[in-house]
Design a protein around this ligand. Structure first.
Ligand SMILES: [Mn+2]
Length: 286
């Protein structure tokens, strides 16, 4: 099953954007995120591709769901890159646990296709190692920051870190935490994000949302964002930054409600990213 609104295989060369699944959860403690891409594709079929608030039919945007990447275990346990991807097309990767972001950023960074990384996440993910691996999902932003540079990382929505993680990031990483989002509002935070043309990777951990609307995650963290706020934040970031690749990670269908609300909200976020790419590239809303 393809993501809703995807071009069919015969028309795939027409695609402006690509969706790719990464069904991997080998670096999570509670398994299940490997089922994320399938569950989110299925959930996408339950939503209208006509985005009411934009009066935009998504299937006009020409995107292609390429299916899942072929996984090699060493990609994740040794921090290898995943594959080379056609940089001409903006992409959205569907996870998978958050560790998938590292090999993706690595490929793009080493090919000069990404210089900045913005993470929207409840957690800092800045541990040095966890359960005998440096590539755990709770270490992913540390590994990315070591590669691209601490000053090239922005974290938004944080409300959880260890004292050691906090000591490392407090003066070195630009953080807009959950409290700042609450006090300044999404608009206030977005205004502080400098506009720029640098190629940017946007990683969205679904646990940035409040667990009441995204319960299907390994590490639920209370006092999270509303979906409306997260969507406004994504809109603001893609307006101001040249986001060339995004991911949506940490949906664990095994921990979700029977109605799959976490997958539904993830699908909704992917719809929004596609619409934001389109608006930035073509300035059209219909
Ligand atoms: Mn997280």
């Amino acid at each position: 099953m393809k993501f809703s609104g995807s071009l069919s295989e015969v028309d795939k060369e027409k695609a402006l954007y690509e969706i790719i699944g990464v069904p991997y959860d080998g670096n999570a403690v509670k398994k299940g995120a490997r089922e994320g891409p399938k569950a989110i594709r299925r959930a996408s079929q339950r939503l209208e591709t006509f985005l009411w608030h934009r009066k935009l039919e998504l299937s006009y945007l020409l995107y292609y769901d390429r299916g899942d990447v072929k996984l090699e275990h060493k990609t994740f346990v040794e921090g290898e890159g995943i594959a080379e991807f056609d940089p001409a097309r903006k992409k959205i990767f569907i996870g998978g646990d958050h560790s998938i972001s590292y090999p993706l950023v690595k490929d793009l960074f080493e090919h000069g296709e990404v210089t900045k990384v913005i993470a929207i996440d409840a957690h800092a993910d800045f541990r040095g190692s966890y359960k005998n691996t440096q590539f755990s999902n709770v270490c992913v932003m540390r590994r990315i920051a070591e590669m691209v540079g601490l000053k090239n990382v922005v974290e938004i929505g944080l409300r959880s870190a260890s004292v050691e993680e906090y000591a490392l990031i407090k003066d070195n990483v630009r953080v807009y935490d959950a409290e700042m989002l609450r006090v300044k509002g999404v608009e206030g935070v977005v205004e502080e994000i400098e506009e720029g043309e640098e190629k940017t990777y946007l990683s969205i951990d679904i646990d940035a949302l409040d667990p009441s609307i995204a319960p299907g995650v390994e590490n639920p963290e209370p006092c999270g964002m509303s979906l409306e706020s997260l969507i406004s934040l994504i809109q603001g970031i893609i307006e101001r930054k040249n986001v060339v690749t995004s991911d949506v990670v940490e949906v664990n269908p095994k921990l979700d409600t029977t109605n799959g609300i976490t997958s539904i909200n993830a699908a909704r976020i992917i719809f929004e990213i596609l619409a934001c790419y389109w608006k930035r590239d073509y300035g059209e809303t219909k």
